[in-house]
Unconditional design. Structure first.
Length: 251
């Protein structure tokens, strides 16, 4: 999701990305107690400390929005600005597809995934790796197939399927139990909230709510943008983020 962002900004700024534990090239500690938002924040702090970075602009997508809000709670002096993209302040399954039923469906999927990880992973592969999955994603409005590159989608699916299913469901459970809403009115760092007009994972009204709660925050709504708008309309997002940084951070 960050490939186009990194290509654009690394020519002008230091850009730091890392793989969450259990994702990509990052290993997975076998202790389930470490499969949490708190663990990801700890990892983020460790990366910054290792690189000698005292203050940074934090940009998070989806689950990453919760991570950067929690980073602000724990280490506010390290935060120069916040850019939550297509994410919520907490409990994402309460509003997934803008229905209350989603929280119960997630609970059922969690229990099945924990008890039967191998069959669950096989079902996920069948659903995600079949030739129609790209078009099904468009039909379900997970992404805007008219704007997204199918190769980007294929790479993302490969990435998701490589994640340990037990770890993945535990991490989602942690996200569902986490809320940073209480900290939003206390945020003093410049904040740009980026939302998708057609985002089914994080409905637009959630971003509007966060905008009301965070003092002097800005809200940018991507027209026709889905949850995957970072790779659907990267040029637009990069320019809007750059404008925000120039006006609110660099001055």
């Amino acid at each position: 999701f960050w490939v186009y962002f990194e290509e654009y900004f690394h020519k002008k700024r230091q850009v730091i990305t890392w793989d969450y534990r259990g994702h990509g090239a990052s290993g997975l500690n076998g202790n389930p107690e470490n499969y949490s938002i708190a663990a990801l924040v700890k990892d983020c702090k460790a990366v910054l400390d290792a690189l000698g970075v005292k203050k940074a602009i934090f940009i998070g997508h989806s689950l990453g929005a919760q991570v950067i809000f929690e980073m602000y709670r724990q280490h506010p002096k390290m935060v120069a600005a916040l850019v939550p993209c297509f994410g919520t302040d907490g409990r994402p399954m309460n509003t997934f597809y803008n229905t209350r039923i989603s929280r119960y469906l997630f609970r059922a999927c969690y229990e099945i995934g924990q008890r039967f990880p191998t069959p669950s992973n096989l079902i996920s592969r069948i659903l995600l790796q079949n030739p129609l999955s790209f078009y099904l994603g468009g039909l379900l409005k997970i992404m805007n197939t008219g704007m997204i590159n199918k190769d980007d989608v294929d790479r993302y699916i490969e990435h998701i399927l490589a994640v340990n299913p037990v770890f993945f469901t535990e991490l989602l459970k942690s996200a569902q139990e986490h809320s940073a809403q209480d900290i939003l009115p206390e945020i003093k760092a410049p904040t740009l909230i980026i939302a998708g007009e057609h985002d089914q994972f994080t409905p637009l009204w959630i971003s509007k709510k966060m905008h009301r709660l965070i003092p002097e925050s800005q809200l940018f709504v991507v027209k026709k943008g889905s949850h995957a708008a970072l790779v659907e309309q990267p040029e637009l997002l990069n320019l809007r983020i750059e404008k925000f940084l120039q006006e609110r951070v660099d001055h």
